[in-house]
Write a protein that binds this ligand. Structure first.
Ligand SMILES: *[C@@H]1O[C@H](CO)[C@@H](O)[C@H](O)[C@H]1NC(C)=O
Ligand SMILES: *[C@@H]1O[C@H](CO)[C@@H](O)[C@H](O)[C@H]1NC(C)=O
Length: 370
């Protein structure tokens, strides 16, 4: 067959060009919208706009980001929302809700409402001062919908939200930056650990039901990581040079109850709205056998100081490793880009040991048939 462009082909190409030009709005919304809620594990820069100490807007954060600049992501490079956005076919990840650039058509991609330092409870992260607590993130989601309605109408906005994917990552700070923040914290005097877990789950359930009432229909809910094994906790309260037994106990109590609560919500609703991601197990895989995943260590942060590079913040004055891909942890609390990649791979295609009731690739396939 000849590859020459015949005149009829040429006209077809011209028509195609016009259609493509007119189709900008359609193509922007072709990938489903993506909304992100939660803490520093998924904050893409909201805290840059706030008077808070919980921030990642200076070097060496972002050292491996495409621009090699700090963006507010708590990673050396991409974070989990960036990678999920890629996986669902978006050409760029949703902007932080507080970004002045989040206007017009960019709103149709979705928005990231996450804020480093927050927890399920309002009193989590009070030491970080001005951060966007969960109830406020949900208020902003409501405000977002009003802004989009003004552009495309209420009906289309409801459709956009209904078809969207939502990610929520919260809960870790309710332990490390609340219950265990100081000895004899108010919450630890008020609750035994099992009762605190029960309380957190019941408060979390309220937040998720509000998200559902606001129109969310596919919500990825991550558990906590193995909190006792992050370099910060190993440095501060490690048991015999290993992970902190107490924080490991907290993670082991909390995560199964979270999955149970999601199952209950889904059966009440009658649909798989809430998808649980077993991030504790996903992390544990490379924490217990880092070499199998190409890491040199999971005990030491790339950026930090003191034992395990686990004390204080990651700043320009900290120790910094030359090759971030050799480290499971970028800073004392947050996984490296490479570790994030492993987690997102499991979210996409993990077995039911990792994803309840199913993985994201199955969800995407189901939703594309709907
Ligand atoms: C958190 O604070 C907001 C605003 O003060 C309030 O509406 C909400 O009920 C609080 N949530 C909890 C769990 O106390
Ligand atoms: C997860 O995704 C893969 C496709 O990548 C699929 O083959 C597999 O069966 C899925 N597993 C479950 C349990 O849904």
């Amino acid at each position: 067959m000849s590859m020459a462009i015949t005149s009829s082909n040429f006209i077809t190409l011209m028509i195609l060009g016009v259609v493509l030009a007119l189709g900008t709005i359609a193509s922007l919304t072709e990938a489903r919208a993506f909304f992100v809620f939660g803490d520093s594990l998924v904050d893409s820069g909201n805290n840059n706009y706030l008077a808070t100490t919980a921030r990642a807007d200076s070097s060496p954060y972002g050292i491996d980001y495409p621009t090699h600049r700090a963006t507010g992501r708590f990673s050396n490079g991409l974070n989990i929302p960036d990678m999920i956005s890629e996986q669902i076919g978006q050409s760029e990840p949703p902007l932080p809700y507080l970004s002045p650039e989040l206007t017009g058509q960019r709103l149709f991609i979705g928005a990231n409402f996450a804020s480093a330092g927050i927890g399920i409870l309002n009193d989590t992260g009070i030491q970080f001062l001005n951060i966007i607590r969960m109830f406020r993130q949900l208020d902003y989601f409501e405000e977002y919908q009003h802004r989009v309605s003004a552009l495309i109408g209420a009906k289309q906005t409801r459709q956009l939200v209904k078809q969207a994917l939502v990610l929520i990552t919260v809960g870790g700070n309710d332990f490390v930056n609340n219950y265990y923040l100081v000895p004899f914290s108010a919450r630890s005097c008020q609750f035994s650990l099992p009762d605190y877990v029960k309380y957190l789950i019941s408060e979390y359930q309220k937040l998720l039901m509000r998200l559902y009432k606001l129109g969310a229909r596919r919500v990825l809910v991550t558990g906590t990581g193995p909190m006792g094994c992050v370099p910060a906790e190993m440095a501060m309260r490690g048991t015999n040079g290993g992970c902190s037994a107490e924080l490991q106990r907290a993670a082991s109590l909390y995560n199964p109850r979270l999955v149970q609560m999601l199952r209950e919500l889904n059966s009440k609703i009658g649909k798989a709205v809430f998808i649980g991601a077993n991030t504790q197990q996903m992390h544990m895989d490379f924490v217990s056998n880092p070499q199998a995943y190409g890491f040199k260590t999971s005990k030491r942060a790339c950026c930090g100081q003191g034992p395990n590079n686990g004390l204080g913040l990651c700043t320009v004055l900290s120790n910094l490793c030359p090759d971030r891909d050799h480290y499971a942890f970028w800073d004392p609390f947050h996984p490296s880009e490479k570790a994030n990649r492993i987690i997102v791979q499991q979210i996409m295609s993990g077995s039911t040991q990792y994803m309840t009731p199913m993985n994201l690739s199955t969800i995407i396939a189901l939703d594309s048939m709907a």
